[in-house]
Design a protein around this ligand. Structure first.
Ligand code: FES
Length: 176
């Protein structure tokens, strides 16, 4: 590289601080990066990524699921035949919840948020199971208890009460 080019390169580099570079070697020095340095950088990056992922998983397990109480109309009882599902939002807008009308059991409702990593759970009528597609988690629709896959905790249960023709959600409680 000629002297003027080196000078321009030096000026550009001097404006970029070391922490701003994702890979702390400049173009003209990349041939000096040893395999060992490259490996060290790769291991450090992988370690940081692993630690961040473990932190997210740990937070999900450590965060207590609280009981929420608020009365909210869901749907008319006659609008949900036996064996069918109705998705609604409870306790807050955007919180997915599932109402089922099960044979012999009647109306049951759960939080629609998987207890593994919070993906949306849905009901498969043909298998009579609550499924989480993210990691193939499966919950028993009668109880909300996990029966397959990584989830360890049951789905929080929503108390449902029929008042006249209308079904109401009263509260959402964690199950042990
Ligand atoms: S988020 Fe549901 S099984 Fe992983």
């Amino acid at each position: 590289m000629s002297t003027p080019q080196r000078l321009i390169g030096h000026r550009i580099r001097s404006r970029i601080t070391r922490w701003q570079t994702t890979f702390p070697y400049h173009w003209d020095a990349d041939e000096f990066v040893s395999r060992r340095q490259m490996l060290r950088l790769t291991i450090l990056s992988s370690g940081a990524l692993f630690a961040a992922t473990a932190g997210v998983v740990g937070l999900n397990y450590a965060r207590p699921i609280k009981t929420t109480t608020s009365r909210k109309a869901i749907i008319s009882a006659s609008a949900l035949p036996v064996g069918k599902v109705h998705y609604f939002e409870y306790p807050a807008p955007g919180d997915q919840a599932i109402l089922l009308n099960l044979p012999h059991t009647g109306f049951v409702a759960y939080s629609g948020k998987c207890t593994h990593l919070s993906c949306a759970v849905y009901y498969r009528e043909d298998e009579n199971r609550l499924i989480c597609p993210c990691h193939d988690g499966v919950f028993d629709p009668q109880t909300g208890i996990p029966i397959a896959g990584p989830p360890q905790r049951p789905l929080p249960k929503i108390t449902v009460k029929q008042d006249g023709t209308m079904l109401y959600a009263l509260d959402e409680r964690p199950q042990s």
